[in-house]
Design a protein around this ligand. Structure first.
Ligand SMILES: C[S@@+](CC[C@H](N)C(=O)[O-])C[C@H]1O[C@@H](n2cnc3c(N)ncnc32)[C@H](O)[C@@H]1O
Ligand SMILES: [Zn+2]
Length: 173
């Protein structure tokens, strides 16, 4: 079966210190190079909460206020997972809503992590285990509203969040 998602041939999935398995670079990756593209079915928040998360755990990516992409069957799960863990010092970010690109040059062997702030608008609050010196310790689904994070990840927010941030900035003027 052709997998739903794309992972660059310069990546591999293996055990991570952050959590479970993670995505790692097997060769140097240049800034703005495509690392992975998320594929799956487009589902609502309700479908995610009621049908997907209870069966498969965290397998989705948020692409708009109430829209997510996820596998919906066990056979699709592995081919849809990207295995990118969260880090508060992330090295990959979003181009559009499903494409992950390197935010800086990445060396072979580094774990490829994205910051959930670049993809999520939700009401969760969870403890972070990323271990980065600048770890926020508690991550929330509203972190995208924090000005210092908007600045840090400018150009690498999911398109729907970049749009929200731009509209908020216009209202604040
Ligand atoms: C899509 S999975 C990433 C792959 C996962 N490590 C695995 O082996 O399936 C996302 C889940 O990984 C865990 N995770 C990833 N980054 C984390 C972090 N920085 N702190 C705590 N948990 C994290 C959380 O349980 C989260 O729901
Ligand atoms: Zn952290």
């Amino acid at each position: 079966m052709i997998p739903f998602s794309y992972r660059s041939p310069k990546t591999e999935v293996r055990e991570s210190k952050i959590h479970g398995r993670g995505l790692f670079a097997t060769a140097d990756i240049a800034k703005d190079e495509v690392v992975a593209v998320k594929g799956g079915h487009i589902i609502s928040r309700e479908q995610l909460r009621e049908k997907i998360t209870p069966r498969f755990g965290p397998v989705e990516i948020q692409i708009d206020d109430n829209l997510f992409i996820a596998p919906v069957t066990e056979e699709e799960r592995e081919g849809s997972m990207l295995y990118s863990n969260h880090s508060c010092d992330a090295n990959i970010g979003m181009r559009g809503e499903i494409t992950f690109v390197a935010m800086r040059d990445v060396r072979a062997g580094e774990e490829l992590t994205h910051d959930w702030v670049t993809t999520d608008d939700d009401d969760y609050s969870v403890e972070c285990n990323c271990g980065a010196p600048n770890c926020r310790k508690i991550l929330t689904g509203r972190d995208w509203q924090r000005p210092e994070l908007q600045k840090r990840y400018a150009g690498y927010f999911s398109a729907y969040l970049a749009d929200k941030i731009a509209r908020q900035a216009m209202l604040d003027r």
